[in-house]
Ligand binder design. Structure first.
Ligand code: 5AD
Ligand code: SF4
Length: 347
């Protein structure tokens, strides 16, 4: 089959995904990118959705082998924002016309049922803003309470769809459990995001194809594909970073497969390549997640080092992003940017 004919297909076999992810010829890769951009235009339009992130705590009770926030990293200075600081930061995000707030942290049980509910309630008091929680694997009852308190979305990356690799990276955690959490979150009406890490040790292109297929099977609302970046004081500190081109190909192939799903151009991609943000947006991505964590805390949210934009004022960063988007014929959305899928939400 001709490449163009393959790219025009509506659905793909795993072998076809592997073939596309393995493309090496520059002209062929450009055809893939062009098609992914067309599919993004068809299903998502020109708008780029912004999600203002607040990294509320860098404490984590897990020990993911690749992550700088892991429990055993005793070099990291830990912090928790107060509920008042979080609500104030949320207000600064909506003041910028950004109507999705992502509350992100390690798995930190200090932020319990009540505190998170209180924060959601406070943020939602005066403004119609979507709240995404990204707080790791938590109790099913918590997910439910937070949904009732007003949370709209939950972001829980599956990291890898290969159960053996999952166990190698996460010790006591199991992939099956993570998938149960994703299923439960969907069943109670959250818009759900997941995704993988690209370039982790031992991962193959076959695994990445499975990651994309898993996102398709779970009928996700959002899917993130970001490169692994080695982090000091972790067992993987001297491993290689994920490959930028492979990350871009993954975003492009994911767009062809997933179609009406939100896909971010990640900060990790922008960290490895100074034009990474723009490149991601040109090959299928339609979301950017600017960091609004106040500076003294932000410097310690060290999942990986030298994060892009670490010292940037968020308002200046947004203006720069606006220029970047103008240069590629795109524009910022000033709406909540909910799921692109029609949902029947269980009552
Ligand atoms: N490089 C890139 N991304 C990472 N994450 C964790 N560690 C790293 C790393 N070293 C991502 C994971 C996780 C999210 C909090 O950050 O995908 O879901
Ligand atoms: Fe904790 Fe998430 Fe990092 Fe794992 S990836 S150590 S759960 S912050």
């Amino acid at each position: 089959m001709e490449l163009q004919e393959l790219l025009n297909k509506e659905s793909f076999t795993k072998e076809e995904l592997i073939y596309l992810l393995n493309l090496k010829n520059e002209d062929q890769i450009n055809l893939l990118f062009k098609k992914a951009d067309e599919v993004r235009q068809k299903y998502c339009g020109n708008e780029v959705h912004l999600r203002g992130i607040i990294e509320i705590s860098n404490y984590c009770e897990q020990n993911c082998i690749y992550c700088g926030l892991r429990l055993d990293n005793h070099y990291l200075k830990r912090y928790r924002m107060t509920p008042e600081e979080i609500v104030k930061t949320a207000k600064s995000i909506t003041n910028e016309g950004i109507f999705t707030i992502v509350l992100q942290s390690g798995e930190d049980s200090f932020f319990d049922t009540e505190i998170i509910s209180y924060i959601i309630y406070q943020i939602k008091q005066n403004v119609d803003v979507a709240i995404t929680l990204s707080l790791g694997e938590r109790n099913f009852d918590d997910y439910k309470t937070w949904k009732i308190a007003g949370a709209d979305r939950y972001l829980l990356k599956h990291e890898t769809a290969n159960p053996r690799l999952y166990e190698a990276y996460h010790f006591k955690q199991k992939l099956a459990e993570r998938l149960e959490h994703l299923e439960y979150l969907k069943s109670i009406g959250y818009q759900v995001g997941s995704g993988n890490l690209i370039g982790l040790p031992m991962q193959t292109v076959d695994d990445i194809a499975d990651d994309i297929l898993l996102c398709s099977k779970f009928d996700l609302d959002m899917a993130a594909f970001g490169p692994f970046i080695p982090s000091p004081h972790t067992p993987y500190h001297n491993k290689q970073s994920g490959d930028v081109l492979l990350t871009l190909k993954t975003i492009a192939v994911a767009r062809l497969v997933l179609k009406n799903v939100h896909i971010p151009s990640t900060t990790a991609l922008a960290t490895l390549d100074k034009n990474g943000r723009k490149k991601g947006l040109m090959v299928g991505a339609n979301v950017v997640m600017p960091d609004f964590t106040p500076i003294p805390y932000r410097e310690n949210y060290l999942i990986y080092p030298e994060k892009a934009g670490l010292k940037d004022d968020p308002i200046v960063a947004k203006a720069n992003l606006e220029n970047l988007l103008n240069s590629i014929g795109r524009n910022i959305s000033y709406k909540r940017g909910d799921s692109l899928k029609q949902k029947v939400i269980p009552s």
